[in-house]
Design a protein around this ligand. Structure first.
Ligand SMILES: Nc1ncnc2c1ncn2[C@@H]1O[C@H](COP(=O)(O)OP(=O)(O)OC[C@H]2O[C@@H]([n+]3cccc(C(=O)O)c3)[C@H](O)[C@@H]2O)[C@@H](O)[C@H]1O
Ligand SMILES: Nc1ncnc2c1ncn2[C@@H]1O[C@H](COP(=O)(O)OP(=O)(O)OP(=O)(O)O)[C@@H](O)[C@H]1O
Ligand SMILES: [Mg+2]
Length: 242
């Protein structure tokens, strides 16, 4: 089943990129499973035209090591763009203070994924590639991404897969075990953990998405996030012609 899915998604990526008249794919490599799976599919679609981009921004150094492990395993070339300096500039300009890795003010930390988006679009345009996003179905349902940050992409090949399906696909694609077993994190602050921030586990989130069932308190958390962040899934509202 997963080999069939891998082939289908590979063909889909190839067709979409060719339809756009582009030559390949740029993928941000975080050292996490979603970007590993996305890069693996892109590599299958375009063996010689995938660029992995590692963009540390006051990140845990282990993440860049993991990203390099993914790139080596897949045979994908990488470019590293360190975003500490531009991010530091924004933080100082907006807060008058030095950046603290424990800061979880969203108006500040969302600048990180937005700087990554700028970087990826530059590299994509330079190579005539598309920016391939890594969002999965669970993240999209609860809006667990930064609008016009990691949400600002051209294609979303794994957006119909919940997290446990991404894991199964990762096994099929030969993603290293330590990447598959890593706790999901957006890496926006020190020790950032997706499940802790959302207040719900991916296991419960996946189960709710697939069955619409689960404990009442879990459903309530998910439905609140869905409502609050629904706007991220659409183009900005436009008024009618008055
Ligand atoms: N009703 C509405 N209609 C239209 N626009 C609306 C709106 N409500 C807010 N907005 C706009 O949306 C903004 C808030 O959205 P946004 O900027 O995305 O910010 P927000 O949803 O507050 O934060 C991003 C979330 O995504 C998570 N994340 C980010 C990056 C990567 C990953 C990952 O898993 O790797 C996860 C992060 O941990 C956090 O939970 C507001 O500042 C406002 O501009
Ligand atoms: N340090 C980084 N360098 C390059 N790209 C990054 C970095 N941090 C985040 N990204 C990009 O942002 C995307 C969103 O991050 P997200 O955490 O959802 O995915 P992941 O790290 O691949 O998997 P997981 O959700 O399990 O942590 C990543 O897939 C990657 O494309
Ligand atoms: Mg991550």
């Amino acid at each position: 089943m997963m080999d069939y899915l891998a082939d289908k998604l590979t063909q889909w990526i190839k067709a979409e990129i060719q339809k756009a008249g582009a030559l390949g794919a740029v993928v941000g490599l975080s050292g996490g499973i979603d970007s590993a799976v996305t890069a693996a599919l892109c590599k299958r679609a375009f063996p010689d035209h995938v660029l992995g981009v590692i963009m540390p921004c006051f990140s845990n150094p282990q993440d860049a090591k993991d990203a390099r492990l993914v790139a080596e395993t897949l045979g994908v070339p990488i470019e590293t763009v360190n975003l500490d300096e531009p991010f530091k500039w924004f933080v100082h300009r907006f807060t008058g203070q030095d950046y603290d890795v424990h800061c979880c003010d969203m108006s500040i930390v969302n600048i990180k994924p937005r700087l990554r988006m700028i970087t990826l679009y530059h590299l994509a345009a330079r190579h005539n590639y598309l920016v391939v996003g890594t969002g999965n179905r669970a993240e999209l349902v609860v809006g667990h991404f930064t609008k016009y940050g990691d949400g600002g992409v051209d294609l979303l090949p794994i957006a119909n897969l919940v997290k446990c399906q991404v894991k199964e696909l990762a096994e099929e694609l030969g993603i290293p075990r330590r990447i598959i077993d890593k706790a999901p994190s957006a890496g926006l602050w020190f020790d950032h953990c997706d499940e802790k921030e959302m207040g719900v586990t991916y296991k419960d989130l996946d189960h709710y998405i697939l069955t619409e069932e689960g404990p009442e308190e879990v459903k309530e958390i998910i439905q609140n996030l869905e409502r609050k962040r629904e706007h991220k899934k659409f183009l900005p509202p436009i008024p009618p012609v008055f």
